[in-house]
Design a protein around this ligand. Structure first.
Ligand code: ACO
Length: 326
């Protein structure tokens, strides 16, 4: 084992928007949303920014690890909805935790941000065995959702998941056994938040267009997401000589219940080993598997001694898998 997750935490804003609430805003129905996505509700930030959500999840993860903010040496914030373009959100999370000094950087791998950050944390702990790396995946996607576009606004939610990563086993001592992280930029245009970047700058006074918000070719994303997550999970299991019986639980990016179930079926996993909480949170992008991990640890879903396989897929496209030993 090269690194351990010593504590986990999550935070979601108090305000809940149900599918019925969305029926008031756009031409949609609870039945359509549940049938196509499994989602029933999502948490939406009101007055809180990404670093607020991240700091709350970080506090929970530090408490879970039995550590304090003063112990932290590095902060990584995985997000595609930062507080601002600049400064980065990691510095603001550190500031909200009362920290000055730690290396603090953002990492944008869209919905794969949490597992990309775990691997980065693992590398940092290999360079410095005393490092205490705070991984925070936090999103306020509601700030970049076009609330008049029914094809996307029903899918997303806000939230944060955090983990404390160290070289030595302590606290929960969840071993990070292996990570496989991949990408393919040819698919960039299928899922974007383009407006405001250097490829689509805005001039002073120009009103924002549709490209300021999440734009997605849902059908194509669906197909590549299922194919990529299934493929990387198969290769991860093969690399370690494992079968699905060796897994205690399988946690896929919580974007859509149909995607999660399709990957589970292709891997021949029994339904009870396929984690799902997308019904209550919607797609929280980078935060999704972080929230899942923290929730599952708190309610005993992940039994000690068992292996858990995480897999994610996001804009870029980026995807990957992480094998954990509880
Ligand atoms: N309510 C009612 N009708 C809707 C809604 C809605 N909210 N949204 C779309 N429709 C309509 C469409 O207009 C279309 O109508 P038409 O046939 O008259 O043109 C019809 O429903 C079917 O639309 P599709 O887009 O083909 O529906 P599909 O079955 O593909 O489901 C969905 C759409 C849920 C977006 C699906 O494609 C999907 O889940 N894709 C993956 C999206 C995803 O998970 N993205 C995130 C992964 S990566 C990341 O997390 C960043």
């Amino acid at each position: 084992m090269t690194a351990y997750i010593c504590g986990v935490g999550l935070y979601t804003p108090e305000h809940i928007v149900t599918n019925h609430d969305l029926e008031e805003r756009v031409e949609t129905s609870d039945e359509w949303i549940v049938t196509r996505t499994g989602i029933r509700q999502r948490h939406i930030a009101q007055g809180e920014v990404t670093s607020d959500l991240g700091a709350q999840a970080a506090r929970a993860a530090l408490a879970d690890a039995g550590l304090t903010a003063a112990d932290v040496t590095h902060v990584i914030c995985a997000t595609c909805t930062p507080d601002s373009y600049c400064p980065n959100t990691a510095t603001q999370i550190a500031h909200k935790l009362g920290l000055t000094g730690p290396m603090a950087m953002d990492l944008n791998a869209a919905c794969s941000g949490y597992i990309y950050s775990l691997q980065t944390a693992r590398a940092l702990t290999a360079l410095d065995p005393e490092a205490v790396v705070l991984v925070v995946a936090a999103e306020v996607l509601s700030s970049r959702v076009n609330w008049t576009d029914r094809a996307t606004c029903v899918l997303f939610g806000d939230g944060a998941g955090a983990a404390v990563v160290r070289a030595q086993a302590s606290g929960r001592a969840i071993g990070i056994v292996d990570a496989m992280l991949e990408s393919d930029g040819r698919y960039g245009e299928l899922l974007t938040i383009l407006g405001g970047g250097s490829a689509r700058p805005y001039a002073p006074g120009e009103p924002v267009g549709d490209d300021f918000f999440i734009q997605m070719n849902g059908r194509e994303v669906f197909k590549v997401a299922v194919r990529s997550m299934t493929d990387v999970c198969r290769r991860m299991l093969e690399r370690h000589g494992l079968g699905v019986d060796d897994l205690g639980m399988f946690v896929a990016h919580q974007a859509n219940l149909r995607i999660i179930e399709a990957v589970g079926k292709k891997l021949d996993l029994p339904a009870e080993k396929v984690f799902a909480n997308v019904q209550r949170y919607g797609n929280t992008s980078a935060a999704s598997v972080g929230i899942a991990l923290a929730e599952g640890c708190a309610d005993g879903t992940f039994a000690p001694g068992r292996r858990v396989l995480l897999t994610t897929f996001g804009a870029g496209f980026t995807w990957g898998a992480v094998l954990l030993q509880f």
